[in-house]
Design a binder for this molecule. Sequence first.
Ligand SMILES: C[S@@+](CC[C@H](N)C(=O)[O-])C[C@H]1O[C@@H](n2cnc3c(N)ncnc32)[C@H](O)[C@@H]1O
Length: 247
Amino acid sequence: MTLLCGDCRDVMPAHGPYDLIVADPPYGETSLSWDRRIAGWLPRAAQALTPSGSLWVFGSLRSFMATSGDFRAAALRHAQEIVWEKQNGSVFHADRFRRVHELVAQFYPASARWQSVYNAVATTDDARARVVRRKKRPPHTGAIPSSTYRSLDGGPRLARSVQRFRNAHGRAIHPTEKPVALLDLLVRVSCPPEGLVGDWFAGSGAAGVACRLAGRRYVGCEIDPDMAQRARDRLAAILPFPVGEPS
Ligand SMILES: C[S@@+](CC[C@H](N)C(=O)[O-])C[C@H]1O[C@@H](n2cnc3c(N)ncnc32)[C@H](O)[C@@H]1O
């Protein structure tokens, strides 16, 4: 576990290549002193990935639309996104709805094939006994007839693309700290066991906590020296323990 202090654009490339990059860059939407969009980090991140690596980026639709040209210029292709629903939210001056969600979107280099990008399958643990009606499949999926069967445990289900996690409100050490449980999901699905995760805008080091619990190696980078030290202290206080992989 390493938490570097500096500008990720200068510091992080030399510590890769990364199986997974998680990035929670400033969205450029608030008056917080550090909340200014950072130019030029995307091409460096894209080049610092392993051949099967990908990038999960936090943002709002507004921040993604404002930076969509940067993703294109860095030859990064959008793969999928998760909507993270929170228990509370923020009201921005111009909004007429309380914003209780954020986006996390996965990207991979356009030069890579999606099939070769590391992706474990996330399943939910809330499956219930149910009657499954199997529809007749199109011919290219093989000769599977339509049928009905009773599944005793409901069977594994793909995790939903809308995920609800409590944010760290009230106990956060960073004003925009992300929930460890959400980072844990991203890390397990998109980084192989013992692979290397690069956290380019580390803040409180929440992604490092997720890596420590999930058994992934971690290099984080935070530009603010005080926050970097608090993140280091936080990581040093976590005990690793074994947790199962998504099946
Ligand atoms: C949105 S916050 C990240 C919060 C973090 N994900 C967490 O859960 O605590 C963005 C962080 O990036 C840091 N930052 C801004 N520019 C940076 C840069 N060029 N290199 C590294 N960190 C930077 C800011 O100081 C801020 O702490």
